[in-house]
Design a binder for this molecule. Structure first.
Ligand code: NAD
Length: 479
């Protein structure tokens, strides 16, 4: 593998999404001498990255982008956005492939494969246009052994004499905290072949990260371990949420309180406190997709019991959303017909405008099926996004439009409503969400007043004092 300058000087990131954009911004910020070009097929996305209205919302992202993109004082701009994929690929020594790898819609078993067509298409482009040696980095989350398939494509269609070295470097950032996660990652994982070229490619990528990540946190291993470690991390995180959510059902049936149970078990240092918050269920583009991908891989490896085990993590998540919705219907006297209900939060979690796999979509679908009239408020999600998500439900857009109103204030959403449902844990420290004046909410609602807290964020006894009946996850309901 030949690097003309003996090190990486130009990086191309294919895919300007939730991972590609923030990762490239931090990489460029921390390596002022590195030229980082982010490319995407979407003109709209690239134009947005060039403006101050970035295509995604992440706290601290705009500042990080501006510093590297626009330069500052003595600092020259070193972050570029472009739709010219071929040129950026041709010029770079290191290419991050950070395209989407969503779940395939087809499949009948316990698992669902990842759709790798975008990934393969990016790899084919690299093979076709590269005229000098390249280090190609799997940044996208991909099934274990994908590097092997890439190698086959590259050697079949790459130019003769051009060498490609493939690395796995999965991304562990979480949406909502992408910038701090990238600035201070728990670890950077680099998987490579155990050959001289593989190890030198891994060392070149490690040098880029070492500009801000302590060397001891940059871990190298074999490619397949690194690929699988990413799926394993998401599967274990999702499994923890499903475990605590399964326990929340036991709490509701027994009178135990999930917050107390979670606190008690979390104090055990072997278990730890994080990711033990009961909720209406996890969402986001990754957890479900990656757990199903792991189940699918297990099936193809003739390990049906393993596939069934991971599948149950997703099943519990669906069960949790269903349980929550049924409880709402039951509390509202088993009839939602024409009742106005406020939905607070549509994003899958706070501090993001991302709605992929958001529990809100499922809950809204089930409530509209019962003919409820919903008013939705979310401080970050674009209206266009909500309609696009609702359009894809079984209900279809015309009925959704009849039954759903999007509100620009939390109080408009609550006015005249029978119930308030909290689906995103927006808090008043997050920009955009006002501190809720529950006394005011009470003054504009119908009686009796219900709050269904899908995120366990409200002060239950304070709300009960104001006359609300409050139903939380994994806690006894209001008397
Ligand atoms: P995304 O959908 O936000 O962005 C992907 C981008 O790739 C899109 O803008 C798309 O237009 C572009 N693209 C697709 N094919 C292309 C091609 N051939 N050439 C140029 N551009 C192309 O996806 P994301 O959320 O950034 O996720 C990317 C990958 O990272 C996925 O594999 C995901 O599983 C993984 N990941 C995501 C997160 C997260 O929090 N979103 C965290 C860790 C890992």
């Amino acid at each position: 593998l030949r690097l003309p300058h003996g090190k990486v000087t130009k990086v191309c990131c294919i895919g300007a999404g939730y991972v590609g954009g923030p990762t490239s911004a931090v990489m460029a910020n921390k390596n002022p001498d590195l030229q980082v070009t982010v490319v995407d097929l979407s003109i709209k996305r690239i134009e947005a990255w060039k403006s101050d209205q970035l295509p995604i919302y992440e706290p601290g992202l705009l500042d990080a982008v501006k510093l590297a993109r626009d330069g500052d004082g003595g600092r020259k701009p070193n972050l570029f956005f472009s739709t010219d994929v071929d040129t950026a690929v041709r010029e770079a020594e290191l290419i991050l492939v950070s395209v989407n790898t969503p779940t395939k819609i087809t499949g009948t078993g316990a698992g669902r494969a990842s759709e790798l067509s975008y990934f393969e298409s990016a790899v084919r482009t690299i093979a076709e246009v590269a005229t000098t040696d390249k280090i190609i980095v799997e940044k996208s989350t991909v099934p274990c052994r994908t590097a092997e398939n890439m190698r086959e494509i590259l050697s079949a269609i790459g130019h003769p004499g051009v060498n490609f070295e493939i690395l796995s470097n999965p991304e562990f950032l979480a949406e909502g905290t992408a910038i701090p996660d990238l600035m201070e990652p728990d670890r950077i994982l680099i998987g490579s072949l155990n050959t001289a070229a593989g190890l030198s490619a891994a060392a070149a990528l490690a040098d880029v990260y070492a500009a801000w990540v302590p060397r001891e946190n940059i871990i190298t291993m074999n490619t397949f371990s690194s690929e699988l470690a990413k799926l394993a991390a998401n599967a274990l995180l999702a499994q923890r949420i499903s475990s605590i959510n399964a326990l929340s059902a036991v709490c509701e049936a027994t009178g135990a309180d999930i917050e107390e149970v979670s606190y008690a078990v979390g104090l055990d240092t072997r278990i730890g406190r994080k990711m033990l918050k009961a909720s209406v269920g996890f969402g986001g583009s990754c957890f479900k997709k990656d757990v199903l991908s792991l189940a699918y891989i297990s099936e193809t490896l003739h390990l049906p019991e393993v596939a069934a085990y991971w599948r149950s993590v997703v099943d519990i998540n669906e069960y949790q959303k269903d349980r929550f919705t049924k409880r709402i219907i039951q509390c509202l006297f088993n009839s939602l017909k024409n009742k106005k209900i406020a939905i607070l939060g549509f994003a899958y979690k706070k501090d993001t405008g991302d709605t992929r796999e958001s529990a809100a979509i499922t809950v809204v679908e089930s409530l509209v099926a019962e003919d409820a009239k919903l008013s939705i408020y979310d401080p970050r999600v674009e209206e266009e996004q909500v309609w696009s998500d609702l359009k894809q439900t079984h209900i279809g857009l015309p009925k959704m439009k009849e039954n759903v109103t999007l509100c620009s204030s939390v109080y408009d959403a609550c006015a005249d409503s029978h119930a308030v449902i909290i689906l995103t844990e927006w808090d008043d420290t997050s920009s955009g969400m006002p501190r809720m004046d529950w006394a005011h909410v009470a003054s504009v609602m119908r009686r009796p007043m219900f709050v269904f807290d899908g995120r366990n964020v409200v002060d239950k006894s304070k709300l009960e004092d104001l006359g609300f009946r409050v139903e939380c996850i994994g806690k006894p309901g209001s008397a």
